[in-house]
Structure formats: C-alpha cells, structure tokens
Design a protein around this ligand. Structure first.
Ligand SMILES: NC(=O)c1ccc[n+]([C@@H]2O[C@H](COP(=O)([O-])OP(=O)(O)OC[C@H]3O[C@@H](n4cnc5c(N)ncnc54)[C@H](OP(=O)(O)O)[C@@H]3O)[C@@H](O)[C@H]2O)c1
Length: 330
C-alpha cells in the first residue's frame, strides 16, 4: 500500500481531493513503475486539482500531478532498469493519466527521461514543467538569433514558476533581464534571481491603440498572454522574438499583424507536453548546465501531499512565488 492524493467526484459531480492508501493493483497500465520521490505544482496542476478538473481531467478517481521524479522500481522497457533515476513531465500525465501526487506511478517508458547528470530528483522537480518550458523558450529565442548584448530581454509573470526559472537562466547566460510582475513585494526576490529591473504589470496589461511602440525588447519569455503579449509584440526590437508559453493573463490575443509586417518580429509557440524526446534531453542538459543551483534553491517552497489542495487554489490566483517542491514521502 502507498499514499496517493486521489480526486473523487461528490454527489454534485465536483471533484474533491483526499489523501488515501491505495494498492499497486490500482495503478493504471504502463511498462515502468516508479517510486516517486518528488513532484511539484504548476498552473496546470492547479486546474487538475480544482472541482471541475479545469476541463483537463476526463475520469475519476484521478491522481493529479503533471510532473514527478523518482527511481525505477520495475520495468518492462529495455531502456530502464530498477534503480534508474528518472524524470517525467508532460504527455498529459496528471491530466488523462494518473500522475505524480502519489508514492508510486506507472507510466509508459516513452514518456520518461533519464535524470540529467548533475541534478537530484528534488532539483528536477524544483525545475518541473514550468522550468523545463522556460528552458525550451530560451532555446527557441536563441535558435532565432538572440544573443547577449542585443538589449533587455523581458520575462512576464516573472515571480511565477516559468518566470522565475526563465529569469535565472537568462541572467546566468549574460542577458539583461527585465521582469514584469504584479507583485511589487517580489522585487528583491526577482533581483536575487538576476533581474536587472522590474516592470510593473500595469505598464503592460492595458490596451493601446498603437500597434507599434518604441523598440525596447531584444526578446521575451511570456507566461501571461492576453493584452500583455499583444503589447509586447508592438515593443519588440526589429527582428526580435517572443516565446509564447502561457495564458496566466488570458487566452485572447488582441493584437494586429503590424509588428510582424513592419518589424519582422517572431511569435514562437512553446509546447512542453508533446515535446519530442531528443529536444527534451537537450533541454534538461541545458538546465543542468545553465541554471545556477543556488538560484534554483532560492525559488523552492517545500510542501507535502496534504498541502496540495490549498496550493492548487493558490497557483490559480497567481499567489505562488517560485517553485513548489512536493516531498511525496514527507
Ligand atoms: N506551453 C507550455 O507547455 C506550458 C508549460 C508550463 C506552463 N505553461 C503556462 O505558463 C503559465 C505560467 O505557468 P506557471 O506554472 O509559471 O504559473 P505561475 O507560477 O502561477 O506563474 C504565473 C504568473 O503570471 C502572473 N500572472 C498571474 N495572473 C496574471 C494576470 N491576470 N495578468 C498578468 N500576469 C498574471 C503572476 O506573476 P507575477 O505575480 O510576477 O505578476 C504569476 O505568478 C500558465 O498559463 C501555464 O499554463 C505552459
């Protein structure tokens, strides 16, 4: 028997989380069973922990947790053997498949990545989907020509998970990072991660009729979307790119095509869920080499399985700073 946070529907059809002892025979089908050590809380986890599953969970009972890291216990996949350290993000685990909010998980070997050298399972979950996606966005910006010295790089939703990791990676690579936040009290935190300056959310989340503003940003990692992404497009320098990662501020994009036509800017879509294996391995290697571990430690808020319902609600309100690391055995 092992501990799991199980979501079950009540008589009104609303899902509620309960910490339960369940047996291995209840785990879903899969070819690798992992003894989970750590999981985390991403925005999407907040949705999966909510009463209606955020439209992502299809079936109950359900174990959420879109990320986990741990040790292989049994494997029918030739690439993995008992004792191997592994990390999982994406593939809709925690949404339509049972996820990491349990002491054991069973998944397809195809979905796993060997734990990158130089990272512990705890550090891998401090990174999690949020940090992995931040790295994918930085790689996409670099692939489109971004280099240090071209001007400030904007990070929106800077004090959140994606934003915190993006800030620390970019600053470590030598970029001048400007972090957009709606929480002025996070200024010291963001500066400690390497942000050179803070931009107040109000400066960027109001619409403007002008499709082009002063050329300001050499690049942007955007976790917010909505009005803010539309404003950023009109403020990018000639030929610069924005990696569109998230929709914490809205899914609409009230923009014009003018910045594309007159400034040749690029809107790069960033998806972490279905990312091919080779690029996953590349991103995890870059995380191990380019994300300073002391900065990562400074982002961590420790938690246990029983804290998850509250943390899920908090992240949906934009109230979680940095990265939660859940010790599922704690
Ligand atoms: N594309 C992918 O594969 C992928 C992967 C991971 C995450 N995501 C998406 O990326 C986004 C961020 O995820 P996360 O895990 O980093 O969440 P998070 O920790 O909650 O960070 C989001 C941040 O956005 C800011 N924010 C929240 N509400 C806002 C609003 N109404 N207007 C402007 N800013 C707002 C807040 O930062 P401040 O307090 O600093 O303003 C908040 O901390 C989510 O939309 C998530 O779904 C996408």
């Amino acid at each position: 028997m092992f501990k799991a946070l199980v979501m079950e529907q009540n008589a009104e059809g609303l899902a509620e989380a309960q910490l339960k002892e369940i047996g291995e025979d209840q785990l879903p089908e899969g070819d690798v069973t992992v003894a989970v050590e750590y999981s985390t809380v991403n925005y999407k986890d907040g949705l999966c922990l909510s009463a209606k599953g955020g439209g992502l969970v299809r079936k109950y009972p359900h174990v959420p947790g879109i990320d986990f890291a741990g040790t292989v216990e049994t494997s029918e996949d030739a690439r993995y053997k008992p004792g191997d350290k592994v990390v999982l993000t994406g593939w809709r685990v925690g949404e339509i498949h049972w996820g990491g909010y349990a002491q054991k998980a069973r998944v397809k070997g195809d979905w796993l990545v060997p734990l990158p050298e130089g990272l512990s399972t705890k550090q891998a979950m401090a990174v999690g989907t949020a940090g992995f996606t931040a790295m994918l966005a930085v790689m996409a910006l670099e692939d489109h020509g971004l280099k240090p010295g071209q001007g400030p790089v904007l990070v929106t939703g800077a004090a959140g998970g994606v934003g915190s990791v993006a800030t620390a990676i970019l600053a470590n690579l030598g970029y001048e990072v400007a972090g957009v936040t709606g929480r002025p009290d996070t200024e010291d935190y963001l500066k400690s991660l390497g942000a050179a300056r803070i931009v107040a959310r109000e400066e960027l989340n109001e619409t403007t009729k002008r499709p082009l503003e002063a050329e300001t940003w050499a690049g942007c990692v955007d976790a917010v979307g909505g009005e803010m992404l539309a404003r950023v497009l009109g403020q990018l320098k000639y030929g610069a790119s924005v990696g569109a990662v998230g929709l914490a501020g809205g899914a609409a994009l009230p923009a014009t095509v003018i910045p594309f036509l007159l400034r040749g800017v690029n809107l790069l879509g960033i998806d972490s869920v279905m990312q091919p294996y080779d690029n996953r391995v590349r991103a995890w290697k870059r995380i191990a080499s380019d994300l300073p571990m002391d900065k990562l430690e400074a982002m961590i808020r420790p938690a246990r399985l029983e804290d998850l319902p509250q943390l899920g609600a908090d992240i949906l309100k934009g109230q979680v700073q940095g990265r939660v690391v859940v010790d599922v055995n704690g």
